[in-house]
Write a new protein. Structure first.
Ligand code: SF4
Length: 319
Protein backbone atom coordinates (compact mmCIF):
# COMPACT_ATOMS: atom_id res chain seq x y z
CA UNK A 1 0.00 0.00 0.00
CA UNK A 2 1.21 3.52 -0.71
CA UNK A 3 0.57 6.73 1.20
CA UNK A 4 -2.13 8.79 -0.46
CA UNK A 5 -1.48 11.75 1.81
CA UNK A 6 1.69 12.76 3.63
CA UNK A 7 1.83 15.72 5.94
CA UNK A 8 5.25 16.81 7.12
CA UNK A 9 5.92 19.29 9.94
CA UNK A 10 2.74 21.18 9.06
CA UNK A 11 2.16 24.48 10.87
CA UNK A 12 -0.68 26.94 10.84
CA UNK A 13 -0.27 30.08 12.92
CA UNK A 14 -2.68 32.99 13.19
CA UNK A 15 -1.67 36.50 14.16
CA UNK A 16 -3.98 37.81 16.89
CA UNK A 17 -3.90 41.06 18.90
CA UNK A 18 -2.57 39.03 21.85
CA UNK A 19 0.19 37.25 19.94
CA UNK A 20 0.69 34.28 17.60
CA UNK A 21 -1.87 31.50 17.90
CA UNK A 22 -0.27 28.12 17.20
CA UNK A 23 -3.36 26.31 15.85
CA UNK A 24 -1.40 23.51 14.17
CA UNK A 25 2.19 23.14 15.28
CA UNK A 26 4.58 20.73 13.60
CA UNK A 27 2.20 17.87 12.79
CA UNK A 28 3.52 14.93 10.75
CA UNK A 29 1.63 11.83 9.56
CA UNK A 30 0.75 9.74 6.50
CA UNK A 31 -2.44 7.97 5.41
CA UNK A 32 -2.49 4.91 3.20
CA UNK A 33 -4.94 4.75 0.33
CA UNK A 34 -8.34 3.36 1.37
CA UNK A 35 -7.72 3.91 5.08
CA UNK A 36 -9.26 6.16 7.69
CA UNK A 37 -7.25 8.30 10.07
CA UNK A 38 -9.26 9.48 13.08
CA UNK A 39 -8.08 12.85 14.41
CA UNK A 40 -9.24 13.35 17.97
CA UNK A 41 -8.97 16.09 20.56
CA UNK A 42 -10.91 18.65 22.53
CA UNK A 43 -12.45 21.69 20.95
CA UNK A 44 -9.72 24.20 20.05
CA UNK A 45 -6.94 21.59 19.67
CA UNK A 46 -6.47 22.48 16.00
CA UNK A 47 -8.01 19.36 14.43
CA UNK A 48 -10.46 21.23 12.18
CA UNK A 49 -7.77 23.74 11.19
CA UNK A 50 -5.53 20.81 10.25
CA UNK A 51 -8.23 19.45 7.91
CA UNK A 52 -8.79 22.84 6.32
CA UNK A 53 -5.07 23.46 5.74
CA UNK A 54 -4.69 20.06 4.05
CA UNK A 55 -7.57 20.98 1.71
CA UNK A 56 -6.15 24.47 1.11
CA UNK A 57 -9.22 26.11 2.57
CA UNK A 58 -6.60 27.82 4.74
CA UNK A 59 -2.98 28.56 3.80
CA UNK A 60 -0.26 26.75 5.72
CA UNK A 61 2.38 28.68 7.64
CA UNK A 62 5.10 26.06 7.15
CA UNK A 63 5.57 22.38 6.35
CA UNK A 64 4.75 20.16 3.41
CA UNK A 65 1.67 18.38 2.05
CA UNK A 66 2.08 15.54 -0.45
CA UNK A 67 -0.89 14.01 -2.27
CA UNK A 68 -0.26 10.86 -4.29
CA UNK A 69 3.45 11.61 -3.98
CA UNK A 70 3.08 15.11 -5.44
CA UNK A 71 3.96 18.19 -3.41
CA UNK A 72 0.75 20.25 -3.22
CA UNK A 73 1.85 22.63 -0.46
CA UNK A 74 1.81 25.59 -2.83
CA UNK A 75 -0.41 25.28 -5.87
CA UNK A 76 -1.85 27.72 -8.40
CA UNK A 77 -5.58 28.19 -9.08
CA UNK A 78 -5.64 25.77 -12.03
CA UNK A 79 -4.01 23.00 -10.00
CA UNK A 80 -6.30 23.77 -7.09
CA UNK A 81 -9.44 23.29 -9.16
CA UNK A 82 -8.06 19.93 -10.31
CA UNK A 83 -7.35 18.99 -6.67
CA UNK A 84 -10.84 20.04 -5.58
CA UNK A 85 -12.26 17.13 -7.54
CA UNK A 86 -10.00 14.69 -5.70
CA UNK A 87 -10.13 16.19 -2.20
CA UNK A 88 -13.44 17.00 -0.57
CA UNK A 89 -14.91 17.86 2.82
CA UNK A 90 -18.04 16.88 4.75
CA UNK A 91 -18.95 19.47 7.36
CA UNK A 92 -20.30 19.07 10.87
CA UNK A 93 -23.50 20.98 10.49
CA UNK A 94 -25.24 19.99 7.26
CA UNK A 95 -27.85 22.71 7.77
CA UNK A 96 -25.25 25.48 7.91
CA UNK A 97 -23.13 24.05 5.10
CA UNK A 98 -25.94 23.63 2.54
CA UNK A 99 -27.21 26.63 0.60
CA UNK A 100 -30.85 27.07 1.73
CA UNK A 101 -31.83 28.51 -1.67
CA UNK A 102 -30.73 25.44 -3.63
CA UNK A 103 -32.84 22.31 -4.00
CA UNK A 104 -31.26 18.94 -3.32
CA UNK A 105 -30.90 18.48 -7.07
CA UNK A 106 -29.12 21.82 -7.47
CA UNK A 107 -26.93 21.20 -4.41
CA UNK A 108 -25.61 17.87 -5.66
CA UNK A 109 -25.28 19.11 -9.25
CA UNK A 110 -23.40 22.33 -8.43
CA UNK A 111 -19.83 20.88 -8.19
CA UNK A 112 -20.29 19.31 -11.66
CA UNK A 113 -21.46 22.63 -13.09
CA UNK A 114 -18.44 24.42 -11.63
CA UNK A 115 -16.05 21.78 -13.02
CA UNK A 116 -17.76 21.80 -16.46
CA UNK A 117 -17.42 19.20 -19.21
CA UNK A 118 -20.64 17.26 -18.58
CA UNK A 119 -23.94 17.41 -20.43
CA UNK A 120 -27.21 18.11 -18.59
CA UNK A 121 -28.25 14.50 -19.03
CA UNK A 122 -24.95 13.20 -17.64
CA UNK A 123 -25.29 15.51 -14.63
CA UNK A 124 -28.91 14.47 -14.03
CA UNK A 125 -27.95 10.80 -14.12
CA UNK A 126 -25.08 11.43 -11.71
CA UNK A 127 -27.36 13.33 -9.28
CA UNK A 128 -29.76 10.37 -9.13
CA UNK A 129 -26.88 7.91 -8.87
CA UNK A 130 -25.53 9.83 -5.88
CA UNK A 131 -28.96 10.01 -4.24
CA UNK A 132 -29.24 6.22 -4.58
CA UNK A 133 -25.72 5.74 -3.18
CA UNK A 134 -26.40 7.76 -0.03
CA UNK A 135 -29.92 6.38 0.46
CA UNK A 136 -31.94 9.49 -0.40
CA UNK A 137 -35.32 8.80 -2.01
CA UNK A 138 -35.50 10.26 -5.52
CA UNK A 139 -38.81 11.92 -4.70
CA UNK A 140 -36.80 14.37 -2.51
CA UNK A 141 -34.89 15.73 -5.49
CA UNK A 142 -36.74 19.05 -5.61
CA UNK A 143 -36.98 19.65 -1.86
CA UNK A 144 -34.95 22.25 0.02
CA UNK A 145 -32.59 21.57 2.95
CA UNK A 146 -35.04 22.96 5.55
CA UNK A 147 -37.61 20.36 4.50
CA UNK A 148 -35.28 17.48 5.47
CA UNK A 149 -34.26 16.10 8.87
CA UNK A 150 -30.62 16.23 10.06
CA UNK A 151 -29.74 12.73 8.86
CA UNK A 152 -31.08 13.34 5.33
CA UNK A 153 -29.35 16.72 5.17
CA UNK A 154 -26.06 15.05 6.02
CA UNK A 155 -26.73 12.47 3.30
CA UNK A 156 -27.06 15.40 0.86
CA UNK A 157 -23.72 16.76 2.15
CA UNK A 158 -22.12 13.36 1.54
CA UNK A 159 -23.66 13.06 -1.95
CA UNK A 160 -22.31 16.50 -2.84
CA UNK A 161 -18.84 15.57 -1.53
CA UNK A 162 -18.87 12.33 -3.54
CA UNK A 163 -20.27 13.60 -6.82
CA UNK A 164 -16.90 14.38 -8.42
CA UNK A 165 -15.61 10.93 -7.50
CA UNK A 166 -12.91 12.12 -5.06
CA UNK A 167 -10.10 9.98 -3.63
CA UNK A 168 -9.90 11.68 -0.27
CA UNK A 169 -12.44 13.27 2.08
CA UNK A 170 -11.95 15.27 5.27
CA UNK A 171 -14.95 14.47 7.47
CA UNK A 172 -15.13 17.29 10.01
CA UNK A 173 -17.29 16.11 12.93
CA UNK A 174 -19.82 14.76 10.38
CA UNK A 175 -22.12 13.13 12.94
CA UNK A 176 -21.73 15.43 15.96
CA UNK A 177 -24.86 17.43 15.18
CA UNK A 178 -27.00 14.30 14.71
CA UNK A 179 -29.07 12.16 17.09
CA UNK A 180 -27.25 9.04 18.30
CA UNK A 181 -29.51 6.69 16.30
CA UNK A 182 -28.86 8.68 13.11
CA UNK A 183 -25.11 8.85 13.84
CA UNK A 184 -24.82 5.07 13.47
CA UNK A 185 -26.67 5.14 10.12
CA UNK A 186 -24.39 7.84 8.71
CA UNK A 187 -21.23 6.11 9.99
CA UNK A 188 -22.35 2.83 8.41
CA UNK A 189 -23.10 4.63 5.16
CA UNK A 190 -19.66 6.24 5.11
CA UNK A 191 -18.01 2.87 5.74
CA UNK A 192 -20.05 1.19 3.01
CA UNK A 193 -19.06 3.91 0.54
CA UNK A 194 -15.40 3.53 1.53
CA UNK A 195 -15.51 -0.23 1.04
CA UNK A 196 -17.16 0.14 -2.36
CA UNK A 197 -14.93 2.89 -3.71
CA UNK A 198 -11.63 2.71 -1.81
CA UNK A 199 -11.97 6.26 -0.48
CA UNK A 200 -9.49 7.60 2.05
CA UNK A 201 -10.85 9.55 5.03
CA UNK A 202 -9.58 11.87 7.70
CA UNK A 203 -12.28 11.67 10.34
CA UNK A 204 -12.14 14.61 12.76
CA UNK A 205 -14.03 14.32 16.03
CA UNK A 206 -13.96 15.19 19.72
CA UNK A 207 -15.64 11.85 20.45
CA UNK A 208 -13.28 8.87 20.63
CA UNK A 209 -16.11 6.34 20.72
CA UNK A 210 -17.21 7.52 17.26
CA UNK A 211 -13.83 6.88 15.61
CA UNK A 212 -12.99 3.59 17.26
CA UNK A 213 -14.72 1.35 14.75
CA UNK A 214 -14.15 3.30 11.58
CA UNK A 215 -10.49 4.32 11.94
CA UNK A 216 -7.46 2.25 11.04
CA UNK A 217 -5.25 4.70 12.90
CA UNK A 218 -6.00 7.44 15.41
CA UNK A 219 -4.04 10.63 15.93
CA UNK A 220 -4.59 12.47 19.21
CA UNK A 221 -4.03 16.22 19.20
CA UNK A 222 -3.52 18.57 22.10
CA UNK A 223 -3.16 22.33 21.60
CA UNK A 224 -2.02 22.09 18.00
CA UNK A 225 0.37 19.17 18.44
CA UNK A 226 0.21 15.42 17.97
CA UNK A 227 0.64 13.74 21.35
CA UNK A 228 -0.03 10.14 20.27
CA UNK A 229 -0.75 8.16 17.13
CA UNK A 230 -1.41 4.44 16.87
CA UNK A 231 -3.56 1.79 15.27
CA UNK A 232 -7.09 2.12 16.60
CA UNK A 233 -7.05 -1.20 18.50
CA UNK A 234 -3.64 -0.45 20.04
CA UNK A 235 -4.68 3.01 21.13
CA UNK A 236 -7.81 1.75 22.85
CA UNK A 237 -6.06 -1.26 24.42
CA UNK A 238 -2.85 0.40 25.58
CA UNK A 239 -2.76 4.21 25.38
CA UNK A 240 0.63 5.57 26.43
CA UNK A 241 0.18 9.33 26.68
CA UNK A 242 -1.42 10.74 29.86
CA UNK A 243 -3.80 12.86 27.76
CA UNK A 244 -4.97 9.88 25.66
CA UNK A 245 -5.52 7.93 28.87
CA UNK A 246 -7.70 10.74 30.22
CA UNK A 247 -9.70 10.98 26.97
CA UNK A 248 -10.24 7.21 26.89
CA UNK A 249 -11.27 7.07 30.53
CA UNK A 250 -14.26 9.24 29.60
CA UNK A 251 -15.45 6.87 26.83
CA UNK A 252 -18.36 4.76 28.12
CA UNK A 253 -17.86 0.99 27.89
CA UNK A 254 -21.12 -1.00 27.60
CA UNK A 255 -20.00 -3.71 30.03
CA UNK A 256 -21.37 -3.94 33.59
CA UNK A 257 -18.41 -6.13 34.67
CA UNK A 258 -15.87 -3.63 33.45
CA UNK A 259 -15.51 -0.72 35.77
CA UNK A 260 -13.35 2.10 34.57
CA UNK A 261 -11.84 4.91 36.60
CA UNK A 262 -12.35 8.24 34.97
CA UNK A 263 -9.25 10.44 34.94
CA UNK A 264 -10.29 13.99 35.79
CA UNK A 265 -8.14 16.61 34.15
CA UNK A 266 -7.41 19.43 36.55
CA UNK A 267 -5.40 22.60 36.11
CA UNK A 268 -5.45 25.50 33.70
CA UNK A 269 -5.51 24.91 29.97
CA UNK A 270 -2.30 26.32 28.45
CA UNK A 271 -2.97 29.14 25.98
CA UNK A 272 -2.23 28.31 22.34
CA UNK A 273 -1.20 31.97 21.93
CA UNK A 274 2.57 32.24 22.34
CA UNK A 275 2.65 28.80 24.03
CA UNK A 276 5.49 28.12 26.50
CA UNK A 277 8.57 26.04 25.59
CA UNK A 278 7.59 23.03 27.68
CA UNK A 279 5.03 20.27 27.18
CA UNK A 280 1.67 21.90 26.44
CA UNK A 281 -0.12 19.36 28.60
CA UNK A 282 2.09 20.01 31.65
CA UNK A 283 -0.37 22.32 33.43
CA UNK A 284 -2.99 19.51 33.49
CA UNK A 285 -0.78 16.41 33.58
CA UNK A 286 -0.76 14.40 36.82
CA UNK A 287 2.77 13.13 36.02
CA UNK A 288 4.42 16.48 35.16
CA UNK A 289 7.96 17.06 36.45
CA UNK A 290 10.31 20.01 36.21
CA UNK A 291 11.65 18.98 32.79
CA UNK A 292 8.11 18.98 31.37
CA UNK A 293 7.77 22.73 31.96
CA UNK A 294 11.05 23.48 30.15
CA UNK A 295 11.22 21.09 27.22
CA UNK A 296 8.54 20.16 24.70
CA UNK A 297 8.68 16.38 24.09
CA UNK A 298 9.35 15.24 20.52
CA UNK A 299 7.17 12.37 19.19
CA UNK A 300 8.99 9.06 19.52
CA UNK A 301 8.18 5.87 17.60
CA UNK A 302 7.67 2.90 19.92
CA UNK A 303 6.93 0.02 17.60
CA UNK A 304 5.27 -0.22 14.23
CA UNK A 305 3.66 3.17 13.76
CA UNK A 306 2.81 3.85 17.41
CA UNK A 307 4.13 7.30 18.28
CA UNK A 308 3.98 9.20 21.54
CA UNK A 309 5.24 12.62 22.63
CA UNK A 310 5.95 12.44 26.39
CA UNK A 311 9.24 12.56 28.30
CA UNK A 312 8.09 9.98 30.83
CA UNK A 313 5.78 7.59 28.96
CA UNK A 314 8.04 4.59 29.78
CA UNK A 315 8.02 5.34 33.47
CA UNK A 316 4.27 6.10 33.51
CA UNK A 317 3.46 2.85 31.70
CA UNK A 318 6.13 0.77 33.48
CA UNK A 319 7.76 -0.23 30.22
FE1 SF4 B 1 2.96 14.85 31.28
FE2 SF4 B 1 5.51 15.53 31.18
FE3 SF4 B 1 4.59 13.65 29.60
FE4 SF4 B 1 3.91 16.18 29.17
S1 SF4 B 1 5.95 15.31 29.00
S2 SF4 B 1 2.57 14.44 29.10
S3 SF4 B 1 3.74 16.92 31.25
S4 SF4 B 1 4.71 13.58 31.83
Amino acid sequence: MSSLLEVKNLKKYFNTPRGTLHAVDDVTFAIEEGETLGVVGESGCGKSTLGRVILHLLDSTDGQILFNGEDITNVNAAKMSELRKKMQIIFQDPFASLNPRLTIYQTIREPMEIAGGMSKQQMDERVYEMMDTVGLARRLVNTYPHELDGGRRQRVGIARALVMNPKFIVCDEPVSALDVSIQAQILNLMQDIQEASGLTYIFITHDLSVVKYISNNILVMYLGQMVEKAESDTLFAAPLHPYTKALLSAVPIPDVHHEKKRVELKGELTSPINPPDGCRFASRCPYAKERCFKENPVPETIEGNHMVACHYFREINQM
